[in-house]
Design a protein around this ligand. Structure first.
Ligand code: NAI
Length: 247
């Protein structure tokens, strides 16, 4: 793989301070991009940015669910680093419960962060990408958005929503030189999955044909491929990175 395929390009990664987003930011930086990390905690975002390979990266505090904050922070990023050519919508959270016990707030928060958050950042960057007739958008969904999952109806709905969003954006922006794809991770070892106990982890592992949980890098390297020139003829796709869980 080329080692500097993103030279001269700027990548924006939401939720890039830890976990999968941090690994994605690392891969894009290793490919030569200047990376902007947007996170709820500005200090954590700045810390993560300062540890990326290369130079010129930065961290900004932003709640992706807040469209005004997104619009103003996207402007701040572009005036500091230049036009964003790669957007990775990675920020996400869970508020799991069985349907009967899900509160309005659990539904709304998960939809607002996972689905509306992706809309907010994409809308904020679309005009510039269309004008330049180039851009790449990658949405981090989940295999749960494809299969559903008991106890995660809000999360699965938000992730399935991202699939429809990805396909629509791909159709709408293809003629303007902008590609949009989604990556659907299976079970990846991060803070999000740390919450599971040993028994739950063992039961899950037995459902993964490749026999192990994924690492953030397993997802990040696929994002790097989709963002790069080797994926120039791929748009509107959902690529599962799940050790074969969903075949
Ligand atoms: P994580 O919890 O370690 O990281 C999520 C990041 O998003 C954090 O940096 C967090 O601060 C940020 N974030 C949350 N709400 C935000 C908001 N309102 N505004 C800005 N940033 C916000 O989770 P992980 O595992 O790294 O997940 C990353 C993405 O991958 C998420 O979208 C998640 O749904 C998805 N995913 C994760 C899987 C896993 O097994 N870990 C499986 C499938 C999908």
């Amino acid at each position: 793989m080329m080692s500097n395929e993103f030279e001269g390009n700027v990548a924006l990664v939401t939720g890039g301070s830890r976990g999968i987003g941090r690994a994605i930011a690392g891969e894009l930086a290793a490919g030569g991009a200047k990376v902007a990390i947007l996170g709820r905690d500005g200090d954590a975002a700045a810390e993560a940015a300062s540890n990326l390979p290369g130079s010129g990266h930065g961290g900004w505090s932003c709640d992706v669910a807040d469209s005004e904050a997104v619009n103003s922070q996207v402007k701040a990023v572009e005036s500091a680093l230049g036009p964003v050519g790669i957007l990775v919508n990675n920020a996400g959270l869970t508020r799991d419960n069985v349907l009967m016990r899900l509160k309005d707030e659990d539904w709304e928060l998960v939809m607002d962060v996972n689905l509306k958050g992706a809309f907010n950042t994409t809308r904020a960057l679309t005009r510039g990408m269309m004008k330049r007739r180039s851009g790449v958008i990658i949405n981090i969904t989940s295999v749960v958005g494809l299969t559903g999952n008991a106890g995660q109806s809000n999360y699965a709905a938000s992730k399935a929503g991202m699939v429809g969003f990805t396909k629509s954006v791909a159709r709408e922006l293809a003629s303007r030189g902008v590609r949009c794809n989604a990556v659907a991770p299976g079970y990846i070892e991060t803070d999000m999955t740390d919450a599971l106990d040993e028994g739950q982890q063992e039961a899950l592992r037995s459902r993964i044909p490749l026999g192990r949980f994924g690492a953030p890098e397993d997802v990040a390297e696929v994002v790097r491929f989709l963002a790069g020139p080797s994926a120039r003829y791929i748009t509107g796709q959902v690529l599962a990175v799940d050790g074969g869980m969903v075949i």
